[in-house]
Design a protein around this ligand. Sequence first.
Ligand code: BTN
Length: 247
Amino acid sequence: MDWKIFRSPESLSTNLDAKAAAMVGAPEGAVYTCDVQREGRGRQGRRWISEKGDTLCFSIVLRPSCEISEIATLPLMIGLAVAEALDSYLPTSPAMVKWPNDLLVGGKKICGVLCELQSKQGRPDFVIAGIGVNVNSDIALFDDEIKDRATSLFALTGKRYELNEVLGAILESVEKNYERWIAGGYPAISKAIDARSYLMGRRVEIALMNEPVSGIVRGIAPDGALLVERNDGEIEAVYSGEAHIKS
Ligand code: BTN
């Protein structure tokens, strides 16, 4: 991959920067990052708070030549790539992938992924893979409502890291995993994801538009759906939502 990194001291959202660039032809491998991100976007309309410059925020332009239906597993691939990159910083406590696209260490969130697809004539034109990693963040300064659920490399190791170096490690891992995913689809990375699946075997509840789904997580289907075994023994495929652990 030909990574080209574009840095700015400040941005509203690196996903917006990357999208604007991709709309006018930025190639695969263009990466947009900033020192301070003012209005970071999260999934389901949430905010990603990282205004103090101690979080690594970046967005990658990808142009996979695949079907739109295959894009659902791309955030899992990105989560796996970040998790593998963090292994060298966290040798004793591996980051776990929480479907659909969070990374947790010790049950607390260290990284969030927001992938946004732009399609053209029924096929993916580009995907913006936005990644936020709590690197040097002091969790005590986080808002009360997320404090207890978040962690950072600093909180876990007591050390501070060069954001640039962490970015390099993650890009190297994204390149490796993206190649595997392009060549073999989700089956090529499913074992590695299962081995790091935070939800596997756990009882969860997922709020959906009509009725919540509750049951035990049995895996992830090749199309990216979370497979939940309901109390009646039926397996239900869940395509979106937030899984809350029940036990
Ligand atoms: C989530 O946890 O809901 C996803 C958070 C994704 C945050 C990253 S930070 C870099 C990129 N730019 C954004 O505006 N969002 C993503």
